[in-house]
Design a binder for this molecule. Structure first.
Ligand code: NFE
Length: 492
């Protein structure tokens, strides 16, 4: 009989995610042990046979934005999350600029890349050392570094160094934040991204300080992060064959290399396992299913430009506050692995370890590109040109957050936001089942994972954490008594 283990919360920061796994023996032979009733299974493998990912809080920023001045989106949406606020700031200004067919000056494009790059470097280092490493190595011998489940911790060359570098990673993270704050003004929740351009006017001293931080971080990535990921990969090689998930990958692309946004450091594309190749993304084929989510169901999976955000709780069969985004009705994984795969930079493995490798390699790729972008800043040239939001129209902002593809869709009427919809990376990855009954990518990755001890399924944690889920982005309202509360935000 299956054992059900519930992990709640399952993330190390940015909580409000619950994962329920059913663990059973698969592939054994049934044997009668008692002539009356008792049947036992002999042999086989204990593994996860079902999984449900739950976002445990209501997601309400879309409601909060309705009726507001469109410019407010650039101020409010970065508050969705303290880990990826820069991406929301960028997505919102892209959305506003798209509505006006507006192009920002070159300096603004470069400054946006530099602050976003700082955020990616910060987030990836944070993820590996502070959110994922404790699933593989013991932490420093002091609180709060010890993992609650000391299960299947292996020995291997370089693993001791990984433990030691966990504390060093805090310093690396601080450096990356300070670097971003040079042009971003502060981190997190930088407000330098404004429709029309950027607020900071760079000078040589800022560029030099930024470069000093960047050089330190490139050194850390080369001498700590990349070798540490390789040490974990060598000791836990079986995780190249665990946690594949949907094996469909989606990237909207990020870091514009030209003012038209045609060339990107990491390009846009979708990879569908069944096709075996990267293709252009059909943006009209994106939809959100709410069959298993606590939202009103129109009976159709709606495109985000038409999306609605009406909570229904309780609701039969629903088990998450996350909607289930799908591309052409299929679940797609998004994140560093998807970006690097789509871009042709990493094609080794879609798996737990593949995600860690791709993320580390992406960190170096971005940091090295940032060094070049610093040279592209033109001192004395504009960082902003006058922007006016159209009184009515629609806009789309598609970019990447550290955790994957991020989209903002808006409709403006009478100079007010009539509709604003956001699909975050964790919504793609940790989504519940859809209207066709298909599990989300993380649920699919969990099913089939072998488990040693059903009461401490560290293997499930390794799968979940490889996606770097952040539920703050996916759900947004919290009450201290733990009850989900629906906030009705009035028009302004
Ligand atoms: Ni709270 Fe986020 C990123 C976004 S994840 S971190 O990266 O958007 O859904």
């Amino acid at each position: 009989m299956a054992t059900v283990t519930i992990m709640d919360p399952v993330t190390r920061i940015e909580g409000h995610m619950k994962v329920e796994v059913s663990i059973d023996t698969v592939g054994g032979q049934q044997q009668i042990v008692d002539a009356e009733v008792s049947i036992d299974t002999v042999g086989g493998q204990q593994q996860i046979v079902d999984a449900r990912c739950t976002g445990t809080l209501f997601r309400g920023f879309e409601k909060l934005l309705e009726g507001r001045n469109p410019h407010d989106a650039a101020v409010i949406t970065p508050r969705i999350c303290g880990v990826c606020p820069v991406s929301h700031g960028l997505a919102s200004v892209m959305t506003l600029e798209d509505a006006a067919g507006f192009m920002v000056p070159e300096n603004a494009r470069v400054l946006r890349n530099l602050v976003l790059g700082s955020n990616f470097v910060m987030s990836h280092i944070l993820h590996f050392y502070l959110l994922a490493a404790l699933d593989f190595v013991p932490g420093p011998q002091a609180q709060p570094w010890q993992s609650a489940w000391q299960v299947d911790l292996r020995s291997g060359t370089g693993l001791g160094q990984v433990s030691q570098n966990i504390a060093a990673a805090v310093e690396a993270r601080r450096r990356a934040h300070e670097m971003g704050a040079i042009f971003g003004g502060r981190m997190p929740s930088a407000h330098a991204y404004i429709p029309g351009g950027f607020t900071a006017v760079p000078n040589q001293q800022d560029i030099d300080t930024f470069r000093a931080h960047l050089n330190w971080l490139v050194n850390f990535i080369n001498n700590s992060y990349l070798p540490d990921v390789q040490a974990v990969a060598a000791a836990y090689g079986d995780y190249f064959n665990i946690g594949a998930g949907s094996e469909n990958l989606l990237a909207f692309g990020v870091f514009d290399l030209d003012d038209m946004g045609q060339q990107k450091l990491l390009g846009r594309g979708q990879y569908e396992k069944a096709m075996g190749q990267v293709q252009a993304v059909d943006l009209q084929a994106i939809s959100e299913s709410v069959t298993y989510s606590w939202y009103q169901d129109s009976g159709n999976d709606l495109h985000p430009s038409q999306g609605v955000q009406e909570a229904v709780y309780p609701k039969a069969e629903a088990y998450s506050w996350l909607k289930a985004p799908r591309l052409a009705n299929k679940p797609y994984e998004t994140g560093a692995l998807a970006r690097m795969w789509v871009n042709g930079d990493y094609r080794d493995s879609i798996s737990v370890m593949g995600r860690h490798q791709a993320r580390a390699q992406e960190t170096l790729k971005i940091a090295e590109a940032m060094n070049g972008w610093l040279n592209e800043l033109n001192l004395g040239q504009p960082v902003y040109s006058d922007y006016a939001c159209p009184t009515s129209g629609t806009g789309i902002g598609l970019t990447e957050a550290p955790r994957g593809a991020l989209g903002h869709w808006m409709r403006v009427n009478n100079s007010k936001l009539e509709k604003y919809q956001i699909i975050t990376p964790t919504c793609w990855n940790a989504s519940p089942k859809d209207s066709l009954g298909a599990n989300g990518p993380m649920e699919q990755a969990l099913i089939g994972t072998p488990v040693m001890d059903p009461s401490k399924p560290v293997e499930a944690l390794r799968v979940i954490h490889s996606f770097d889920p952040c539920l703050s982005c996916a759900v947004h309202v919290m009450q201290p008594d733990g009850k989900a509360t629906i906030v009705k935000a009035g028009s302004v």
